[in-house]
Design a protein around this ligand. Structure first.
Ligand code: ADP
Ligand code: MG
Length: 584
């Protein structure tokens, strides 16, 4: 080993910068934080070439005094904390005084700022070399330009992805921040194109505004929850159990307005929903925890993505309680006094008979319910898989046995249920779950593989690249032929014909899997496909489509969705008559 020596300041600065500034999105994060701390009401972010060529952040905040400007790019220069106590009483996003220092070490930075108490001034720092300082700046607030990121640090540049991917990451950061600050307007430009315009609004609306891409989110099914405890308070914008996803990606936790990766609290959200959602289903829930600054330490992660909470257990408990209590209140619950039929009564075990024939002998209202809320069909995926592989023609939907329409479709209710009258009963069918199930059955019937004329190219993270390199053949078994074209670049060459309309969801699925249990992957793959292709909750469906779906549902062996959840409720005429006292 060499002798110990003091590092050259530039080397030391680059090492420190490496922790904070990893990619363009890190710059966007830090500059937005600074604009928020400067009490901006409007923040505009523009990225050129994914932010690699240029990032510009403009705010209308308090600005920087011209005398302070030369200081702001130095190490440990901040206006936000002065004493050690301040560190335990933080009310600002920034506190380390290292963001501008780190950015200035990694790019050419131009800061133009106007403070009410001084004249507009501009400072240029080029890869740690302090350059000119000259008069001129915006009418109000601050504009910071960051150009040619990592041009002097080629090793860092190597880790960057394509500009389009980097741009998406920058935009994600902005959206993440915007969710916590609804009263600030945010705009995002990719080059000259305005990609996102979030006007100042209330908290719930801001969350909805950031989710407009996702057709599954329905405002009327999104509610606000809140709770106040002695040293913390909770607020959440969350979906009712009528809406769900198959992953946790829309459960986000903010502590004192910072997005934090806190698995325990994500778990608290899922516990809170508990049995309200079927297995494998997750809600949308943006949880905002406001906690006494003394009880939380943000100074444990370079990008402040983690926090140490002193009262985590208490918060965890309160999150669960809040969701359980308030979510239940939010859902109109219709309790049927009358028992529901067992599934074997809904369609008898005799596969050759039609629904109608079974109906005649089904002792509908007679049998008490037997644990029918979540019937399990453990062979579901196995059977689906076998049929997909073998091209077996046995079908669950017996087209040949289809009777003429023997029901009346009355329309859709609660944007979810199809209301059907049949014989002496009223049936409520969950359209999404029903379609999901029917699609599964179709996958089983038709395993036709389609070669793609133009393969779909996609970029993956290192971990996924490695996983695919070893496991691509696993996907081939499902008709998904994958080829590695270059480092981190893959192509999809074929797909089961039925999955074609949701090829992007399939690609997204493939590029999100980097770990190994094939059994679990298989289940997730099937669930993803059925879920994406299915009619969504809240989708309007026309009369004919609805009738077609209902017809198929009445021919099923057991009306359970791939998650094992039942999706049909029956209310008999007799029970309704009884409920209003017409029959005693
Ligand atoms: P920190 O945010 O931790 O204080 P930074 O390096 O991010 O450290 O910023 C250094 C200082 O520069 C801040 O404390 C603040 O006084 C000033 N500053 C940075 N950006 C802005 C801005 N957009 N508006 C006003 N002041 C700013
Ligand atoms: Mg800062």
């Amino acid at each position: 080993m060499n002798r110990i020596r003091l590092l050259d300041p530039l080397v030391a600065q680059r090492i420190a910068a490496g922790e904070v500034i990893e990619r363009p999105a890190s710059v966007v994060r830090e500059l937005i934080d600074n604009a928020i701390d400067a009490e901006a009401t409007t923040i505009t972010v523009q990225v050129v070439s994914g932010g690699i060529e240029r990032i510009t952040v403009i705010d209308d905040g308090v600005g920087i005094r011209s005398n302070d400007l030369p200081l702001c790019c130095h190490s440990h220069t901040t206006s936000k904390v002065a004493t050690l106590e301040d560190l335990y009483n933080l009310s600002t996003m920034g506190f380390r005084g290292e963001a501008l220092y780190s950015i200035a070490a990694s790019a050419k930075v131009t800061i133009a700022s106007t403070h009410v108490e001084s004249t507009p001034t501009t400072l240029v720092v080029d890869n740690a070399k302090e350059g000119e300082i000259y008069p001129g700046g915006p009418a109000k607030g601050t504009q910071i330009d960051v150009e040619n990121l990592f041009s002097a640090i080629p090793a860092r540049r190597l880790f960057l992805k394509r500009p389009a991917t980097e741009s998406t990451m920058c935009r994600k950061i902005l959206v993440e921040k915007a969710r916590a600050f609804p009263t600030i307007s945010f705009r995002f430009y990719d080059g000259e194109t305005l990609r996102l315009d979030l006007p100042a609004t209330n908290h719930k609306q801001r969350i909805l505004d950031t989710l407009t891409q996702d057709k599954r989110v329905i405002p009327s099914e999104t509610i606000e929850l809140s709770e106040t405890a002695s040293r913390f308070s909770l607020y959440a914008v969350a979906s009712t159990p009528a809406y769900y996803r198959t992953d946790r990606s829309h459960i986000a936790v903010y502590i004192n307005q910072r997005p934090i990766e806190e698995y325990a609290l994500v778990q608290a959200v899922t516990y809170g929903y508990g049995e309200m959602l079927p297995g494998g289903a997750f809600p949308y829930c943006y949880l905002f925890v406001s906690v006494d600054p003394e009880l939380v330490d943000f100074n444990i992660h370079p990008a402040k993505r983690e926090a140490k909470l002193r009262n985590k257990a208490e918060i965890h408990h309160q999150v669960v309680v809040m969701i359980r209590q308030q979510m239940n209140k939010a859902i109109p619950q219709i309790t049927l006094e009358s028992p529901q039929p067992e599934f074997k009564d809904f369609i008898a075990a005799d596969k050759s008979s039609t629904y109608l024939e079974n109906k005649k002998r089904s002792p509908l209202a007679a049998t008490p319910p037997q644990n029918q809320t979540k019937p399990q069909d453990p062979h579901w995926f196995q059977r689906a898989k076998e049929i997909l592989h073998k091209q077996d023609n046995s079908t669950l939907i017996r087209e040949d046995a289809t009777p003429a329409l023997d029901f009346i479709y009355h329309g859709q209710i609660f944007s979810l249920f199809l209301l059907v009258e049949k014989d002496d009963s009223l049936y409520l069918i969950d359209q999404h779950a029903a379609h999901e199930r029917i699609l599964f059955d179709q996958i089983r019937q038709d395993g036709g593989i389609q070669r793609l004329m133009i393969p779909i190219r996609f970029e993956v993270e290192r971990s996924v690249d490695e996983f695919l390199t070893h496991n691509a053949t696993w996907y081939t078994d499902y008709g998904l032929e994958l080829q590695r074209v270059e480092d981190l670049e893959w192509e999809l060459h074929s797909i089961p014909a039925l999955w074609k309309p949701i090829e992007q969801a399939v690609v997204d699925f493939i590029s999100s899997q980097s770990a190994g249990d094939i059994k679990e992957l298989e289940k997730q793959l099937y669930a993803t496909i059925a879920c994406h292709a299915a009619i969504k909750d809240g989708d309007d469906i026309d009369h004919t489509t609805a009738e077609g779906l209902i017809e198929k549902v009445f021919q099923l062996d057991r009306p359970v969705c791939p998650h094992g959840r039942t999706f049909v409720v029956e209310i008999t005429k007799e029970h309704l008559w009884r409920a209003v006292g017409r029959i005693m």
